[in-house]
Design a protein around this ligand. Structure first.
Ligand SMILES: [Fe+2]
Length: 246
């Protein structure tokens, strides 16, 4: 094992002020934390691993998780009150959303019922089965409305794995790529890890987030806490802090 493969403490992996821009911590609103107790438990464990700042991103998905700014802000208020009651004052939390680029999202966009991550950055995703047929149009409309699309976990869209020119086109169209940290821990399979490493080494990612849904995800942070990953991820950490700090 070379020096750069050296294991480090998970809390040493994240630079001070790191903001996790992708997670499912609001209680009972999507397939993330089921209740407020679980929300608190996940946040406590993540804090112990070195993350105290969260721009949490519940799913907004037509026909499945039809959230809106109202449902999201209600749960945000509930969780913030519980954090306060528990004396967890060092936690910074803001609720945004992870928008599936479907018709439901398109309607919210047209109604201006959108919660950006911060400023004009919008976290968006696509189906894992196929991209939307009108992808270029949706990306264009997002930008017409004044938002910058941050594409969640591009490494997980396996239909692009054999054609990196598709990734290049998305970047050229204005998408900023967000790596799921757990992809480096083989969490989504070896193919996803391989593509994540390729995108990382080609400098195609701008940001990193965890996409934590539950406690079982957190083991992966210990797995990837190495000197080598810290170095590889350092530009992504810097960009994420620069654009999303509180
Ligand atoms: Fe997510």
């Amino acid at each position: 094992m070379s020096f750069f493969d050296k294991k480090i403490k998970p809390s040493e992996l994240f630079p001070p002020g790191f903001v996790d821009i992708h997670s499912h911590l609001l209680p009972g609103i999507d397939d993330g934390a089921k209740n407020i107790e679980t929300s608190i438990e996940i946040i406590q464990k993540m804090q112990a691993l070195g993350i105290s700042n969260f721009r949490t991103t519940p799913h907004v998905l037509g026909g499945v998780w039809e959230n809106s700014s109202t449902t999201i802000k209600e749960k945000e208020a509930l969780l913030k009150a519980e954090l306060k009651a528990k004396g967890m004052d060092s936690i910074q939390l803001y609720a945004s959303a992870e928008y599936m680029m479907d018709d439901y999202f398109y309607n919210l966009l047209m109604k201006n019922d959108i919660i950006p991550l911060k400023d004009n950055y919008l976290l968006v995703e696509m189906s894992f089965l196929n991209p939307p047929f009108n992808l270029s149009d949706i990306i264009f409309q997002i930008q017409v409305k004044g938002y910058k699309p941050v594409l969640a976990h591009p490494e997980r869209y396996i239909y692009y794995h054999d054609d990196f020119s598709k990734y290049e086109k998305l970047i050229a169209a204005g998408c900023l790529f967000q790596l799921n940290l757990y992809a480096l821990a083989n969490h989504y399979g070896k193919g996803v890890t391989k593509v994540a490493m390729q995108l990382l080494k080609k400098g195609m990612y701008t940001y990193v987030g965890t996409d934590t849904h539950h406690l079982r995800h957190l083991y992966a942070i210990e797995k990837i806490a190495t000197q080598k990953n810290k170095k590889l991820l350092s530009p992504l950490f810097e960009n994420t802090i620069r654009d999303f700090s509180f």
